[in-house]
Structure formats: structure tokens, C-alpha cells
Design a protein around this ligand. Structure first.
Ligand SMILES: [Zn+2]
Length: 122
């Protein structure tokens, strides 16, 4: 293995370590999205429903076993839910980066193996 390869492998290992550190320091997260829906209520003769305006309310929408589920969000929890959703997206990006970094590492390891097999002394 050449010096340049050794240096690259070191860099990749460093990058992987930095990513791991970010991942384990991540906050709470939810895979879903915050959404506002206008739903009808159960009150008989409600003016808003009769006029088709219905009632806007904020929900966390998430998939469970292929089905969309809604969790009603009281005002006091909307910011919290948005933060957890944002954290999930950030983590997803981090994991994507880690996957790419690991692919680079695997490629370097494979190159080193074939260099050895070709009779090089390492
Ligand atoms: Zn109504």
C-alpha cells in the first residue's frame, strides 16, 4: 500500500469517527412531518363546518406499518414536534454521509487486499 493510500485511509477513518460522534450526540427525533389539516367537527350545525371552512389543527403525520397515522398537536407541542422532525432529517443526512464514508473505506481495503495478492510487500 502506498503512502497516499495510507493517508487517505487515515482521513476516511477520521471522518467516520467525526460522523459517529455527531450521531451519538443527536437529540430526540421522529420520522414524520408536521402538517395542518382542516377537519370537520362533531358539533351539530357548526357554522364553520357548514360553510366548508372546518377547523384547522396541527398534527404530526407518520407512517406505521404502511399506514398514515396522525397525532394531534396542542399548540404547546408544535415547536417540539417540529424540532424532532428536523432532527430526524439531520440524522438521515448524517447516516447517508456515513454510508458513503464506509463505502470509501471498503474500496480502500479492497485495493489493499488486491495489492497484496499481486505480490507486493504491502
Ligand atoms: Zn365544525
Amino acid at each position: 500500500m502506498g503512502e497516499a493510500d495510507a493517508k487517505e485511509m487515515q482521513d476516511v477513518a477520521k471522518q467516520r469517527f467525526a460522523l459517529w460522534r455527531e450521531v451519538i450526540q443527536a437529540g430526540d427525533f421522529i420520522r414524520g412531518s408536521v402538517t395542518v389539516l382542516r377537519r370537520p367537527c362533531t358539533r351539530a350545525g357548526c357554522r364553520l363546518c357548514r360553510e366548508g371552512k372546518r377547523h384547522p389543527a396541527t398534527y404530526l403525520s407518520l407512517k406505521e406499518k404502511g399506514r398514515t397515522r396522525l397525532i394531534y398537536l396542542p399548540k404547546s407541542l408544535i415547536a417540539q414536534a417540529r424540532q424532532w422532525v428536523a432532527e430526524w432529517r439531520r440524522l438521515e443526512g448524517l447516516l447517508q454521509q456515513m454510508s458513503q464514508t464506509n463505502a470509501r473505506m471498503l474500496r480502500l481495503l479492497a485495493q489493499r487486499q488486491s495489492a497484496r495478492r499481486a505480490g507486493g510487500k504491502g
